[in-house]
Write a protein that binds this ligand. Structure first.
Ligand code: ZN
Length: 790
């Protein structure tokens, strides 16, 4: 009896806790040998966060949820003990601008921040009333392009008596024209404010660029764009009230569940396969993923249902944060609802590089009762859920601008796909050795609306004598790809290394866009240095850097700062190439350092840098670097790696400022006395550039002839190269092997009739990367890259 009493008390305590403001922590959950469905069946919200399937999930949990997860037998590690406290501390101690426009956002078009875009008072995010005031300001400034605020439902109010509001952007906004419709929403989950901020940014972008940008004008003139910036106003105001500076972590709406708990997960309450199982949504009112007592039991989801049914949306983008994902149906099962969704998603994520896929392909499990499944199945809309960002529900103010910007293309291309729209891609090489190069373009039609396109090339430089088939008039079906080839004749007086350029013009009949294509006569890629990073033979070590076989991109090893577990506190170490320097010749084009890396480094305090040392010693910026905070061990304002990148990524760093210099490469590590983590790994490094003064080897595609990867690779004492001679090429042939400096190491005569392989003794070759090719009378094969390690 006594035991039962204790149990009852603690159960009630759990219930009470779940509803009063709880402490939230960022938690790393160990998934090794575990099924993530076990987590979802506990009612844990796992659709936002960092998920490495089968390994870990990093997500934000309330104390009661953390208890549930631990009780269910999961190993957990606390990354941030008190998220709200951490958020406020960072807010009070702002980091220097954490992104650099010239560097990390190189993949994203530098859309200018709209002049009217303002930050809100809640950590940079707008309160509900501030958000509504922004909509009013838009109407006041652009009354011919945007409606006043309107109620999404005449009759339905939220539990606390609010209306869900929307605006429409279009020409003649106050009349309902016969134009295709597109829907953008945000804040189903009220702790995800970046969904709304990127929307306001995009809306201002449309309004301010209407007269200047023909593409924006085409969109606004020919579509009706509907924006619902806050689907969950009660929950949003609740977060405003508990956390007026931002950082509030309430997710659901504010239904009184009648049992002491509040809230339904609006993104589990839609009526398509609602409550299909208890993993994809929870029947438990205290859960973060509680689906409600019945489908569309909630005024917010009913409002959106009626709103969608009253319209004819071609697309819907339902914004959430965070995870850097773009999710599309189905969520309730493992099937892809329609192949076109995957095609659109690939286009939409071209700039932000979000991982796109169905629920099972992205978050790794099923969800039921969400907006996308219903909007696709019952609302007829191609529906998507972007999960913006990677750092949490409340990114710091200095992160907001870049997060807003990285979604502009996603929003623009969504609108364009409802219209007459295709994308032109240049499929031809950059460097040509022929005086009659062929420029090969492709047009891929994405848009729903039929009609012709005109694509043309015109010369921009005098060394182009003529272009045959310069103009292409085509009328492809949706998702059809059309090849557009133009034969170019260059002036025979052109010099090796000279550029020749074209103006590429795209027109869909309604507007015209131009782009420049720049090509080179001559040009050959040169690998200046290849380093497999399998041991330290090429490196000088200061501290604990070492090779490890525990993880790598190519076997057998990578190099890490701390091979035996977490890195130590208050430590500096470095590892530097000891080859006497790499000379990047004058006239080299686009010299780059490339390597693969992954890391786990305490953000804001600890760091790894990659420094190139020539006449200056500078930390390099890459795709993944941030700027140092100046606190802890981090040098202020310098490019560095921090935070958590659990999967291997290829990093690429520009070395243009070192042309004509002898340089070395150095990896630097520093930690303070705080959190100690796994550290930094790198593998397969190379320094490459293009030499435009060399006429490249003309690689003739040999019909059916293919050189296979040598085995073993990496090789030690010997390796075997095999080939397929499907085209039955006859006559003498030669195997050539070059070292990383382009010096010929091996030349062997082959007999293609009968011979299909050759073994090479490699015991005496220096360790490094080599290139193998076979020359035949029909041309030169594609090369293979061979690694020798001893
Ligand atoms: Zn969400």
């Amino acid at each position: 009896m006594k035991y039962l009493y204790v149990l009852l008390i603690s159960f009630c305590a759990l219930f009470a806790n779940a509803q009063s403001p709880e402490i939230y922590s960022r938690v790393e959950i160990d998934l090794l040998g575990k099924d993530i469905n076990l987590l979802t069946s506990l009612g844990i919200e796992t659709d936002h966060g960092i998920h490495v399937p089968g390994q870990i999930l990093v997500t934000d949990l309330a104390a009661s949820e953390l208890e549930l997860v631990r009780t269910a037998g999961f190993n957990t590690k606390i990354r941030i003990a008190d998220l709200k406290k951490d958020y406020l501390e960072k807010l009070a101690n702002p980091q220097v601008e954490n992104r650099d426009a010239s560097c990390t956002s190189a993949l994203v078009t530098p859309y200018p921040t709209p002049v009217n875009y303002t930050y809100g008072s809640m950590g940079g995010y707008h309160t509900l009333s501030e958000m509504m005031a922004v909509l009013d300001d838009m109407r006041a400034k652009y009354p011919n392009l945007i409606t006043a605020r309107l109620d999404a439902s005449d009759t339905i109010e939220t539990w606390e008596g609010r209306k869900i509001q929307y605006v429409k952007i279009s020409d003649n906004p106050d009349s309902d024209e016969a134009e295709s419709e597109v829907l953008y929403t945000a804040l189903h989950h009220c702790r995800e404010p970046n969904g709304a901020s990127q929307m306001l940014f995009f809306m201002w972008y449309l309004l301010e660029n209407y007269n200047a940008d023909p593409e924006v004008k085409y969109i606004v003139d020919n579509l009706e764009l509907y924006f619902v910036p806050c689907i969950n106003p009660d929950g949003y105001v609740y977060n405003e009230t508990t956390d007026p500076q931002g950082g509030g972590l309430w997710r659901k709406n504010r239904r009184d569940n009648g049992d002491g708990t509040f809230g339904v997960d609006l993104n589990r309450n839609y009526g398509y396969f609602w409550g299909n199982d208890n993993n994809g949504s929870s029947p438990n009112p205290q859960s973060q993923t509680y689906r409600g007592p019945s489908a569309f039991s909630e005024p917010e989801s009913r409002t959106m249902r009626d709103f969608v049914l009253a319209h004819d949306f071609v697309f819907a983008q339902n914004y959430h944060t965070f995870s850097n994902l773009l999710i599309y149906p189905w969520a309730y099962n493992n099937e892809l609802a329609d192949p076109s969704l995957a095609i659109f998603a690939k286009l939409f994520t071209r700039e932000n590089k979000y991982k796109a896929g169905t629920a099972i392909e992205t978050v790794g499990y099923n969800v039921n009762g969400n907006s996308d499944d219903w909007m696709f199945a019952e609302g007829g809309a191609n529906s998507f859920t972007p999960e913006v960002g990677k750092t949490g529900f409340w990114p710091q103010p200095d992160e907001i601008d870049a997060l807003n910007r990285e979604n502009v293309w996603q929003n623009l291309s969504t609108a364009l796909c409802a219209l007459r729209f295709g994308v032109v891609t240049d499929k031809s090489e950059t460097y040509f050795s022929s005086l009659t190069p062929e420029i090969s373009l492709e047009l891929f039609r994405y848009g729903f609306q039929d009609g012709p396109f005109t694509i043309s090339l015109s010369p921009l430089t005098g060394n182009i004598q003529s272009i045959q088939n310069a103009t292409h008039n085509v009328n492809p079906a949706q998702f059809e790809v059309v090849s557009l080839n133009s034969q170019v004749v260059l002036n025979p007086a052109i010099q090796v290394g000279e550029t020749f350029s074209f103006l590429l013009t795209y027109s869909n009949g309604a507007y015209t866009q131009t782009d420049t294509l720049q090509k080179f006569y001559g040009g050959k890629d040169v690998v200046l240095f290849g380093e497999p990073a399998d041991n330290l033979s090429n490196w000088t070590v200061n501290g604990s850097w070492a090779a490890t076989q525990s993880t790598f991109v190519s076997a057998p090893a990578s190099i890490t700062d701390s091979p035996n577990g977490p890195y130590p506190p208050v430590t500096y170490s470095d590892v530097q190439l000891s080859n006497g320097g790499l000379f990047i010749p004058d006239g080299a084009k686009s010299p780059q350092l490339r390597f693969w890396a992954k890391w786990d480094i305490e953000p804001r305090y600890d760091y790894v840098q990659v420094r190139a040392v020539g006449t200056e010693d500078k930390a390099r910026c890459g795709r993944y670097t941030k700027l140092g905070s100046g606190i802890g061990a981090q040098p202020s304002g310098e490019f560095l790696f921090e935070d958590f990148q659990p999967e291997w990524v290829e990093e690429c760093m520009d070395l243009s400022s070192f042309i004509g210099q002898n340089i070395t490469i150095k990896f630097v590590f520093g930690s303070d006395n705080g959190d100690e983590r796994d550290g930094f790994y790198f593998d397969d490094m190379e320094v490459v550039y293009t030499d435009p003064t060399l006429l490249q080897t003309v690689i003739i595609p040999l019909n059916g002839f293919r050189l296979k990867q040598n085995e073993p690779n990496p090789a030690n004492e010997f390796t075997t190269i095999r080939w397929e001679n499907g085209g039955n090429i006859q006559g003498p042939a030669t195997l050539l092997v070059f070292n990383a400096l382009g010096e010929k190491m091996v030349e062997r005569n082959l007999q293609l009739s009968g011979q299909t392989q050759i073994q090479l003794q490699t015991a005496h070759w220096p360790a490094g990367i080599y290139t193998g090719q076979i020359q035949t009378q029909a041309g030169v094969s594609q090369p293979i890259k061979m690694t020798i390690a001893h």
